[in-house]
Design a binder for this molecule. Structure first.
Ligand code: NDP
Length: 397
């Protein structure tokens, strides 16, 4: 039934490969391709059973991608490489008639700025080609967007405020490490904060607004308002929202390291010359930091990510909190990857499943909240990310 090509053999790619291989009724032919083929081979070998073919590909190069697409002939590409590769992979999809899914929106390498405008600009070309592009199908963006769509469909006549709350209460035992690609992660958390208020964006200094929030099964954690990409599509797709914000927990140690990294120039994304060689400081930093894919073994604790929403149902004010908690240890035992990779890779697999089953298939470029949330929500419970709902509680925000 389904030929799928996974691009990117990092932490998230590891989880996608495992989950896709567990769903043989949907994914009949699987290939994992990445810049370093040996990483693909190691993942395929661990999964075993000869289920996964592997290949080398430079996803920055459209011709290289086209050659791979034309030889494997996938129906869908799951892009879990880096955001820098989104547009080249979309170009190759258009050239070869392949459908597309990713977990993070495009970012230019030389500007730490993520916006959907580059990928939304492909809307007409995908529609005219009769191809589907599913954008942002990880946890956040991804599940948080589907949670919002589910809330709008079943629990509200009108949503007024949305607060996405993302807590990682895990401990990997390292002094400093990022939970996904360090370059992308540090670019994301060091930029200015931004939130939606009464029809316009309000900008804040990095980490300027913060407060303790209580997370289920975890307790209070200091949570910082940051900008996150799903806010851009959610306020467009749910125009009754008067306010939309994103909160992420950070420990003091993490913030101190981050401040030092910035102050000494190691977060710079512009090239410098060192001993006659051009290097980008943040890329050099990535090379010396722990590999997020290797954090799993000693990772304890859990993540808790969800949406807290205020609005009106049947003429009455209502609050609603929907969330998932994910154990780093359980994620590691199942896939060899930690919880942050797991909470991204499982939704990407479910999104691919939705496409393969014809449930999320329409020509054009779409954010996940534009599809029917119900079959996706059902699969979250079956594929390892069960969710919970609380009604009319104090949502603290
Ligand atoms: P990693 O850095 O662990 O993995 C990225 C993989 O992509 C690596 O295997 C890398 O190859 C490969 N790659 C990079 N550039 C190229 C290229 N030009 N051609 C082919 N392969 C390439 O990242 P993660 O697995 O942690 O993250 C993957 C994606 O998931 C990122 O886009 C990230 O932003 C996104 N993400 C989304 C989240 C969500 O909830 N929506 C949360 C977390 C992550 P090599 O091994 O050779 O370096």
């Amino acid at each position: 039934m389904g030929r799928v090509l996974i691009i990117g053999a990092g932490g998230v790619g590891t989880v996608v490969a495992h989950k896709v291989a567990q769903n043989k009724d949907v994914f009949t032919d699987i290939m994992l391709a990445s810049r370093t083929k040996s990483k693909c081979d190691a993942i395929a070998e661990k999964i075993g059973g000869g289920l996964i073919k592997t290949a080398q590909v430079d996803a920055d190069n459209v011709e290289d991608l086209k050659a791979l697409f034309n030889s494997f002939k996938p129906e869908l590409v799951i892009n879990v490489a880096l955001p820098y590769q989104d547009l080249t992979i979309m170009d190759a999809c258009l050239a070869c008639g392949v459908n597309y899914l990713d977990t993070a929106n495009y970012e230019p390498k030389d500007e730490a700025k993520y916006e959907y405008k580059w990928q939304w600009a492909y809307q007409d070309r995908f529609r005219e080609a009769g191809l589907t592009a599913i954008l942002g199908c990880g946890f956040d963006p991804g599940v948080t967007s589907v949670f919002t769509a589910y809330a709008a469909k079943h629990h509200f006549d009108e949503m007024h405020t949305l607060d996405i709350v993302d807590c990682n209460a895990g401990d990997h035992g390292k002094a400093f490490a990022t939970n996904f690609n360090p370059e992308i992660n540090i670019r994301e958390v060091t930029q200015k904060g931004k939130y939606w208020k009464d029809g316009k964006w309000v900008e804040t200094e990095p980490h300027e607004i913060h407060m303790p929030l209580n997370y289920p099964n975890i307790g209070p954690k200091e949570s910082y308002l940051i900008y996150h990409e799903e806010l851009e599509s959610l306020v467009k797709n749910f125009p009754t929202l008067k306010q939309a914000r994103f909160w992420m927990t950070f420990g003091q140690e993490y913030l101190t390291h981050l401040r030092v990294i910035q102050n000494i120039g190691m977060a710079r994304i512009d090239p410098i010359i060192y001993n006659g060689v051009e290097i980008v400081p943040i890329q050099f930093l990535k090379a010396v930091l722990p590999d997020p894919g290797e954090l799993g073994e000693n990772y304890t604790g859990e993540t808790s990510i969800g949406c807290r929403i205020r609005g009106v149902k049947d003429g009455k004010e209502r609050t609603y909190y929907i969330y998932n908690n994910c154990s780093h240890r359980a994620a590691y035992e199942e896939t060899g990857a930690q919880g942050v990779s797991y909470t991204t890779g499982v939704p990407a697999t479910i999104g691919a499943m939705m496409f393969m089953k014809g449930l999320w298939r329409k020509p054009g470029v779409f954010n996940v909240e534009e599809f029917n949330p119900d079959p996706f929500m059902e699969q979250l419970n079956k594929q390892g990310l069960p969710w919970h709902e609380l009604f009319d509680i104090d949502i603290e925000l």
